[in-house]
Design a protein around this ligand. Structure first.
Ligand code: NAP
Length: 430
């Protein structure tokens, strides 16, 4: 038997496991620090995007194959080190995603009320690390920084009525706090223009169908319509949505303003955020933004920065700081150590982008490890963890947790997630 450990049970981890298990003589351990699998699918993808979350059924199919095992509630660094895993397995593949926010490097970014999207998204999705976030929703104004799909998710969740969360798996604490929210004016700040957004058409189009919120675009920010012909089709569709928002402003109680050519330069407030100072920009020939010196202020009691993510470094593992990912050559980090998905290429692309990535890295690993080096693998990890008094959560345990979550679901929602590790473990009698 050959032995492979995958660290991280999100999309990249399970797509890689799916290819590896087809080799039949490879035992794959998928290790996660949480007692529950699926990473980004569970705690990143928006709770009102259940069709995207449904891909976890495919990962379940992989998890239930004979050679794949879920090893939950085991932390790298505390329960076992990467060096130990490399000793035990023919290959170790880091599929740890990019769960940390890229820092917002402007004065005032450390004021209370300035939150990164990882924390805000984790809060409404029930990630145990962010369950107690209590984002300040008591002021009318919110600034959402960034022009990617995460900014759209965040703005949409802030704008929805309680009824619009029907059928979602938003956690109760978020649904309740959002129901009481005083937020009425959401500004999405893009430092460049409509032709430079990183938003996809389906997600952008959703903003046009909200019950009590309407998107607004200043027609003056739109380039001449003829220029759209140069865009690739998806982008052209997105820009068409922006044009329709500009042409058909709808009066609704909540507004979602697209502030284009708007670069945040400072966040101000006495002891918490009260306003964000934005500098108007213009683009150079390379489409980079430059400040014009003209600034304006937006009143905001909450600022959510959605400017991209980073992979958390692991001591001893080479890391590319500029790009926020492991230093790697096509997925190879060091002998016996690999990375895949966002940890390999940075936080870009859709869930599906991780599939070819997982296949490629798995095939490379299969070739690299040859017949295997007779490593201890699974029994070796079990012995080491037992020695340390660590009892992993199995996939069978997870299904019990899931059953309890489904049973606790309210109002026809698919599940009510546990939001603490303790509650997850209690569901399996620990
Ligand atoms: P993203 O797509 O990389 O967008 C980041 C945005 O932040 C860009 O508009 C960027 O502007 C802006 N930005 C970066 N640094 C900034 C700064 N210092 N000041 C102001 N703006 C700054 O990242 P994301 O939205 O986090 O999404 C991550 C990935 O997940 C993407 O591939 C996304 O498509 C995917 N995703 C998909 C879905 C979905 O399919 N439903 C949902 C959520 C996320 P510049 O272009 O000027 O750098």
């Amino acid at each position: 038997m050959r032995h492979v450990a995958i660290v991280g049970s999100g999309p990249a981890g399970y797509y890689t496991a799916e290819t590896l298990q087809k080799a039949e003589d490879i035992a794959v351990d998928v290790i996660d620090r949480l007692p529950v699998p699926y990473g980004l699918i569970r705690t990143g993808v928006a709770p009102d995007h259940q069709s995207i979350k449904a891909v976890s059924r495919r990962y379940e199919g992989t998890a239930l194959t004979d050679n794949v095992r879920f090893v939950g509630h085991v932390s790298i660094g505390t329960d076992v080190t990467i060096d130990e895993l490399v000793e035990l397995y023919d290959a170790v593949i880091l599929a740890t995603g990019a769960p940390n926010d890229r820092p917002l490097d402007i004065p005032g970014a450390d004021l209370p009320g300035v939150i990164g999207s990882a924390a805000f998204v984790g809060w409404y999705n029930g990630h145990p690390d962010f369950a107690d976030l209590n984002p300040p929703l008591g002021a009318a104004g919110v600034a959402v920084i960034g022009n990617g799909n995460v900014a759209l998710d965040v703005a949409r969740i802030l704008a929805k009525t309680p009824g619009e969360f029907a059928g979602s798996d938003i956690v109760s604490h978020a649904r309740e706090q959002l129901a009481e929210s005083a937020v009425r004016h959401i500004h999405i700040l893009g430092r460049r223009g409509p032709h430079q957004i990183a938003m996809t058409p389906k997600e952008l189009g959703e903003l046009g169908h909200l019950e009590r919120a309407s998107p607004r675009v200043d027609p003056a920010d739109l380039p001449p319509e003829g220029d759209d012909a140069l865009l690739e089709p998806g982008m052209r569709k997105s820009v068409t949505h922006l044009r329709s928002f500009a042409a058909n402003p709808v009066a609704k109680p909540v507004t979602i303003d697209f502030d284009f050519f708007a670069m945040p330069v400072a966040i101000e407030g006495d002891d918490r955020v009260q306003r964000i100072i934005v500098e108007r920009t213009m683009l150079d020939a390379e489409l980079r933004s430059h400040g014009t010196g003209e600034t304006y202020a937006i009143d905001a009691g909450l600022v959510i920065s959605c400017i991209g993510y980073q992979t958390p470094p692991i001591p001893g593992v080479p890391y590319e700081h500029g790009r926020g990912r492991f230093a790697n050559d096509e997925g190879r980090i060091l002998p016996g150590l690999y990375c895949v998905g966002w940890a390999r290429r940075g936080p870009s692309g859709t869930i599906g982008t991780n599939k070819p990535d997982g296949i490629r890295v798995a095939e490379m690993v299969i070739e690299d490890i040859g017949r295997g080096a007779g490593k201890a693998g699974r029994p070796g990890l079990d012995a080491l963890l037992a020695d340390r008094g660590v009892t992993p959560v199995t996939f069978r345990d997870w299904r019990k947790i899931e059953e309890a979550e489904v049973k606790a679901a309210l109002d026809g929602n698919p599940r009510e997630k546990f939001t603490s590790v303790e509650a997850m473990l209690a569901a399996i009698g620990r």
